[in-house]
Design a protein around this ligand. Structure first.
Ligand code: SAM
Length: 246
């Protein structure tokens, strides 16, 4: 059975992708939606608890807004907060984000472990982007926020990178819009390459579980059927996030 969290205003909660920092709602409302979503993940057995450091998240958000160059993004403030909170709670030692464009999606995950809002010490946080110029922009952005530390941007095909990665992957974030006609179907390819390295309890986060549900049909069937211990569709905005536990 598909489990889900659905904010009652998810369809009306819309951002301008070229002005990602414009306030869309009160902070109280953002906190309430994210808390409810985290509670659903706890009840589904995906997360152990829903507590995270709000001041650390604020420091992270402030720093990103101060130093990141973001031409556009579809990561809404609600999505930014929930990605950061999931990482702050799960504390993955090794995280790979696939398809990071300018790096905003990557740092929304990695910012729990590096930069002014870091709440734990990871070993390796990798953002993989196939376009060399965007990987370079992501590198500059990440370096401005966290000049030292284990967050890095790599120019590579995420399928190849993951297949060759040595060591366990504790959290995999999927956002690649596959090149060479592979489209969002590439999520399943990346996950299948990663799964042998993902220990029980590790997490897979897939952006666009709502607006790309058709194109993600094979991926969503895979994670929602028997392949995963649990999977929850988190609908805080029109894009959505599928959160699965291995
Ligand atoms: C839609 S963008 C992600 C943007 C993000 N959702 C946001 O709103 O900020 C998808 C990115 O995946 C990258 N990509 C496509 N195929 C890839 C692959 N095989 N490996 C790594 N990155 C890939 C694209 O170059 C693009 O920058």
């Amino acid at each position: 059975m598909t489990q889900q969290y659905r904010a009652d205003d998810w369809e009306e909660y819309r951002m301008n992708t070229r002005e990602p920092f414009v306030e869309l709602e009160s902070l109280e409302r953002e906190l309430a939606v994210v808390d409810e979503a985290l509670e659903t993940l706890v009840n589904a057995g995906v997360l152990p608890h829903r507590d995270y450091d709000h001041a650390a998240f604020d420091a992270h958000r402030r720093a990103v807004r101060g130093c990141f160059e973001i031409p556009w993004t579809a990561i809404s403030p609600r999505m930014e907060r929930i990605l950061w909170a999931i990482n702050a709670i799960a504390r993955p030692k090794r995280m790979i984000a696939a398809g990071i464009f300018c790096g905003f999606t990557f740092i929304s995950n990695a910012g729990a472990g590096v930069g002014p809002g870091a709440v734990y010490r990871p070993e390796d946080l990798v953002g993989v982007e196939v376009k060399a110029d965007e990987a370079e922009r992501a590198r500059r952005n990440v370096e401005a926020l966290a000049p030292r530390g284990p967050a890095r941007s790599v120019a590579a095909d995420a399928v190849d990178f993951v297949a060759e990665y040595c060591g366990p992957i504790d959290l995999l974030y999927l956002d690649a819009d596959g090149d060479r006609g592979r489209g969002k179907g590439i999520y399943l390819e990346i996950l299948e390459a990663a799964l042998p390295m993902m220990p029980p309890g590790s997490l897979v986060l897939a952006h666009n579980s709502v607006n790309c549900a058709d194109r993600l049909q094979d991926y969503l069937s895979f994670v929602r059927d028997d392949a995963m211990a649990a999977s929850v569709n988190v609908i805080v905005d029109p894009e959505g996030l599928e959160v699965s536990v291995v």
